[in-house]
Ligand binder design. Sequence first.
Ligand code: DX5
Ligand code: ZN
Length: 218
Amino acid sequence: NRKTLIAPSVLSADFSRLGEEVEDIIEAGADWVHLDVMDGHFVPNITFGPQVIKSIRGRTAAVFDCHLMIAPADAYLAAFADAGCDFITVHAEAGPHLDRSLQTIRNLGRKAGVSLNPSTPETAIEYVLDRLDLVLLMTVNPGFGGQAFIPSVIEKTRRLKALIGDRPIHIEIDGGVTPETAPLVAAAGADVLVAGSAIFKGGSKAAYAANIAAIRHA
Ligand code: DX5
Ligand code: ZN
């Protein structure tokens, strides 16, 4: 079994000291940095863009896992690649040309991901499997941290795992991940777990280390 990776979402970080927060979560044992980009159009919230990501890129060598909740996304993919994102994930629901978006990401030299809202079936990715490095299943409706986990996505994770077969594609879960829900999605086949509020609660590096360990050992 591959190691389960933990990707804290900086959506729950202190944005006034984002650089230190990113250093702290990596020193506290996190694997990836999950960056939630929201446009106030695809989702009902606004966060940050490529300039902010670029400004914190130098703080760590860890993988930057960029979750784009923007529509349309294509015109901005080069800017996120240039900002230093390693994975760039677009939503299947965000535009009519998913295949083109995924080709663009790989042509920029980055790993390509697709995210599915809770109501979108896993079969939405069936014809782009060979263009994918990651599938991100939302276990909340995207837009905000701290929402309740939607359990129907556990079965969707199982079906996605079967669809992927032995292809080297990560299955990432995002939303409501806690020490209680983490084992359910890991058992269903997820290998990357995003968590915001469950990791940043406590507000100190020691708290982050304990929160990450609680999810990892759950
Ligand atoms: C939601 C974001 C998530 C969010 C998760 O739109 O994509 O990454 O920050 O937050 P929690 O872990 O608090 O549900
Ligand atoms: Zn996210």
